[in-house]
Design a protein around this ligand. Sequence first.
Ligand SMILES: Cc1ncc(COP(=O)(O)O)c(C=O)c1O
Length: 383
Amino acid sequence: MSIFNVYPLNPIAITKAAGSRVWDDKGQEYLDMYGGHAVISIGHTQPHWVKRIEDQLHAIAFYSNSVIMPIQEQLANALNEISGKKDFQLFLCNSGAEANENAMKLASFHTGRKKIIAFKKAFHGRTSLAVAATDNPSIVAPVNETNNIIFLPFNDIAALEACFVEHGSEIAAVIIEGIQGVAGIHEASDAFLQAIRKACDTYAAVYIADSVQCGYGRSGQFFAHDHAGVNADIYSMAKGMGNGFPIGGILIAPHIQAKFGMLGTTFGGNPLACAAALAVIEVMQKDHLIKAAQDKGTYLMNVLKQTEGVKAVRGRGLMIGFEMEAELSDLRKVLLNDLKIFTGEAKPNVVRLLPSLAISMEDINLFITGLNKAIQLLKQKNN
Ligand SMILES: Cc1ncc(COP(=O)(O)O)c(C=O)c1O
């Protein structure tokens, strides 16, 4: 049987990892500035994380959500504490798309309305409503097409207000990434997030903060939306939440009330996933990784801004995108093949950096040295 071929693959087989390093099956070492697409939050195979999952495996790996699971309550308390969203409620699932799917469904149940506002270039996942709210028609199957999603320009307060004036009573929710990731690292402005908060309050709509990629400390705050000083009604989370163990979830404001059967899942909130997620929070707190993301990200962005060939630098904390001059468009290939450094991409010419929040200054400096070498190599090739 063959693998269903949906990913353009790098011809590299990764078989081992530790911290911000990965190794291929031939023993070649790579620096990981991509974090497996923003998933590695506390470092590959982080020892406390491994031990907590191992211990949990010996106690109980799985039971269904038909019994009390104390470890879910522990995770809810830990999340309350680290996020500062004190009276919020937690619903657990398995991925980012599922988190957004549940967030939008819950907003619709709560308001009794159907329309969702999303934004140009947004990415919210590949399940039916999440993909419908994703601004990329090439990944929307005919069955996912719906006229319940209204796409508005990003960071355009006037367009947002005009839409609420026209459709306010029909709008269940606004869903927005604090920093658009797949689009190429574009920050929502503080004023825009504040305007969303205000419009949702005025029209009794639900503000959904998609924090799947920009959340969990990556931006230098627990949620990127926190930079704007506003609270959303629902935060969706995944990626960094389990440091590679599949888990997602939504934090739900206290005024949104649960009803039996409203949401549900078999695997969501299983003890193994909760153990992984608790380990992540424990390491983040012990090693002050949110502050580290802020400090290291600021340092790296400042260096990038002064690097020859870099046209624009965007992002916050360790969620960084930089645009290269057109003649350096092969930069990612050279970084990977010649310098053995993994990075992420966004079309047409953006390099995305999403490393572990625990990356060392040595590794950041190693990346900077590698980047400069790659730029020199490309310039020599071009001349
Ligand atoms: C902002 C955002 N939301 C949702 C998702 C979907 O997450 P998952 O792939 O875990 O379903 C992603 C994935 O890249 C994302 O970046």
